[in-house]
Write a protein that binds this ligand. Structure first.
Ligand SMILES: [Zn+2]
Length: 504
């Protein structure tokens, strides 16, 4: 047996967000002016070569593995789970203790069902035991610090292999090819990057090697959005990669101003927040392009991409092992039932996450997709853990804003909106108008919402020029301004869905 790794984890080390000197990290941190200079001379280098052999190998692997028959995928998962369980047991005090407590040895894993003999863990467990969950010293140059985002509560911080980015990016790009993306195609990006002002006065940065055009999701006024759209028209056949809230704001701006969308945007790729059906409808109406959504999280345990033929999500079987557990902790195997997404990742060998309760919930859609023929687990209606869209009624019941998805003319004069809640049963609707809103229009909006909520939450309206964004530039639909209320919602497993997120 190997010795337990000497894993002294200092709080200072975590707090300073250690970043390894990987090629991706160095490129990400390179100043824009230097990127432009280097990029001009390297712009003829295909992105696949810049991203390296590991990326190219993984692209080939993923492209094939997504079509594996179910039995082959199961055998692969079993082998990878044995690896990660053995690593965790032999190199970490935490997992050795946890496995011993239930009389389990890594060699006992004969089938995937044997995973259920192991206990689950969650964010609190990782927070409390991180130091004894590391498989090796984390001060090396090949270790990154990862963290989860969120608008309430402390973020979770942990360690990751620095080179996992190339593996993950291979999965992401392979998924996007289902809706026409090809590596090297220009990409318009609205995803929380702090973007400076370029020489033309536009909040825009360009990565000449990856051909990414970054715009600022922190600056989404009508004036800024008009300039982003006009610039997008000039970048050639491209995809838009965005937070759902940012893409939705852009779509509503186009619709409100009757501005034709750039015809060169072939697809809109969404990630990192809950996606609501009214958002999809607005974005597809405005852009006349397919919305394609991906599910993932910072802990890198479960990754799922939508099918090219349906809106269902296919879990990548080679990325991690995904279980759905109901409120009693039983495995969900009946299509139509909901469960919490519980992941065991294959990618992170620094801090193994074994049976980690993500706090994200989904509906089980079956073991295979009839539309495309892939034999992966299918998920639908994924709802993340960060507070994106839940209101609390006076009687304590939770109302997801899915119930408020508005497909009628309620928001006909509204550019964007957000709910502010500090007291159960009451909320303020912040509105950024797209046309003048008088007292009669206010009453009409309130009446429409009251009809939907049947008086469970009473609204008033405030007109705003901007809405609240998180430090990562996401825009939650509901902002809680009362700490006590957030704590109420965070407690209890039945309310775990409220704490959801997709924050990779
Ligand atoms: Zn499919």
């Amino acid at each position: 047996m190997w010795p337990i790794a000497d894993t002294v984890v200092s709080r200072e080390l975590i707090d300073c967000m250690k970043v390894a000197l990987s090629r991706k990290n160095i490129w990400d941190k390179t100043p824009t002016w230097l990127k432009s200079t280097v990029g001009r001379s390297c712009s003829l280098v295909p992105p696949a070569w810049f991203l390296g052999r590991k990326f190219r190998d993984n692209c080939r692997f993923v492209a094939q593995a997504q079509w594996w028959p179910a039995d082959r995928a199961r055998q692969y998962q079993l082998a990878r789970l044995r690896d990660i369980l053995r690593l965790a047991y032999e190199k970490t005090a935490f997992y050795r203790r946890a496995f011993n407590a239930v009389g389990f040895r890594p060699g006992d894993l004969k089938s995937l069902a044997d995973m259920r003999r192991l206990p689950t863990i969650d964010k609190q467990v990782v927070n409390d035991h991180l130091a004894e969950m590391c498989t090796r010293c984390v001060s090396g140059g090949d270790v990154d610090t990862g963290s989860t985002g969120g608008t309430s509560g402390a973020p979770l911080r942990f360690y990751l292999d620095a080179h996992r980015s190339f593996v993950e990016y291979a999965y992401l790009t392979s998924g996007w090819t289902r809706v026409g993306y090809r590596l090297g195609m220009p990409m318009a990006v609205l995803r929380g990057r702090r973007v400076g002002i370029d020489r033309n006065g536009l909040r825009h940065e360009y990565d000449p090697i990856l051909r990414h055009h970054f715009y600022s999701s922190f600056h989404m006024t009508a004036e800024h959005m008009t300039s982003y759209v006009e610039h997008m028209r000039t970048i050639g056949g491209c995809v838009l990669h965005a937070y759902p809230s940012s893409a939705h704001a852009l779509a509503r701006h186009l619709l409100a101003t009757a501005t034709p969308a750039p015809r060169n945007v072939r697809a809109v790729l969404l990630q990192s927040e809950n996606v609501y059906s009214d958002q999809i409808e607005d974005i597809e109406t405005a852009f006349r392009a397919r919305v394609f959504s991906s599910y993932g999280h910072s802990e890198k345990l479960v990754l799922a991409d939508q099918c090219e033929d349906t809106r269902d999500y296919h879990v990548w079987p080679t990325y991690g092992y995904c279980e759905l557990l109901d409120e009693e902790g039983n495995c969900v195997t009946v299509p139509g039932q909901r469960g919490e997404i519980v992941g065991t990742g294959f990618i992170n060998t620094i801090v193994p996450f074994i049976r980690y309760r993500t706090g994200d919930w989904a509906t089980y859609g079956g073991a295979a997709c009839a539309a495309c023929g892939r034999e992966h687990a299918v998920l639908t209606e994924i709802r993340g853990r960060w507070p994106q869209g839940e209101l609390l009624a006076a009687d304590g019941s939770i109302i997801t804003t899915t119930a408020l998805n508005v497909h009628d003319d309620t928001f006909r004069k509204v550019q964007d909106y957000q709910f502010q809640q500090s007291v159960p049963g009451k909320a303020t609707l912040w509105i950024v108008p797209s046309a003048p809103i008088d007292a009669q229009e206010r009453r009409r909006i309130v009446a429409h919402l009251n009809k939907r909520l049947q008086g469970q939450v009473v609204f008033d309206i405030e007109l705003r020029t901007e809405l609240i964004k998180t430090s990562r530039g996401k825009q939650p639909r509901v902002v809680r301004t009362c700490r006590g209320l957030a704590e109420t919602w965070a407690g209890g497993r039945t309310k775990a869905a409220c704490e959801g997120r997709m924050d990779s």
